[in-house]
Design a protein. Structure first.
Length: 185
């Protein structure tokens, strides 16, 4: 793999991670020696700094990840706070629905119901003030989540019990009763 291909591959991978990734894992994925990956990461980080980019490539917590440049914290904060007016993604809406109907519920349970990892979506919902921590599950020690009063306000509801029933909105499918039972039990 050429240096240019390696750099592009590293950038593409690091663009989608939500936590730092070690150079060992990056080496395994790119099938390039770890030393070469580490050298490329250091060169990329230096290049971004020297060219005054709006982001940094940093080594933290045993891995590498892109971060917005510290000098731009005010503008990023404004975007994040003003971005609260933007629409939720389909994944966020689905996750929010599971939490609303199953609360209090653990992140692992939400992931199991949706069949995908909901870590990033949960962070978005918490940041937007739609979901909050509601305690600890005694058996597993997992954090439980529920919807907020801001969520109720946005939906025009007084309480969670005023959420509409799910059954009328779902197609008539064999086994659907069992699926609904897992959402409302």
């Amino acid at each position: 793999m050429s240096n240019n291909e390696l750099n592009r591959s590293l950038e593409a991978i690091l663009m989608v991670v939500d936590e730092p990734v070690s150079e060992v894992i990056l080496a395994q994925i790119t099938e390039v020696p770890t030393e070469q990956v580490l050298s490329a990461l250091n060169e990329l980080a230096m290049s971004y700094t020297q060219t005054g980019r709006g982001f940094d490539l940093r080594q933290v917590a045993g891995g590498w990840r892109f971060y917005s440049h510290p000098d731009l914290a005010a503008i990023v904060e404004k975007f994040v706070l003003d971005g609260q007016q933007s629409r939720l993604t389909q994944a966020a809406l689905e996750t929010l629905a599971v939490i609303a109907y199953r609360q209090p519920v653990s992140r692992a349970r939400v992931s199991a119901i949706r069949g995908v990892n909901v870590e990033a979506v949960m962070k978005t919902l918490i940041t937007r003030g739609l979901v909050e921590e509601r305690g600890i599950e005694h058996e597993t020690g997992a954090i439980l989540y529920g919807t907020t009063s801001f969520f109720l306000e946005k939906l025009g509801l007084n309480r969670v019990e005023d959420l509409p029933a799910l059954a009328p909105f779902l197609p008539d499918i064999d086994g659907l009763d069992e699926v609904l039972a897992t959402l409302t039990e």
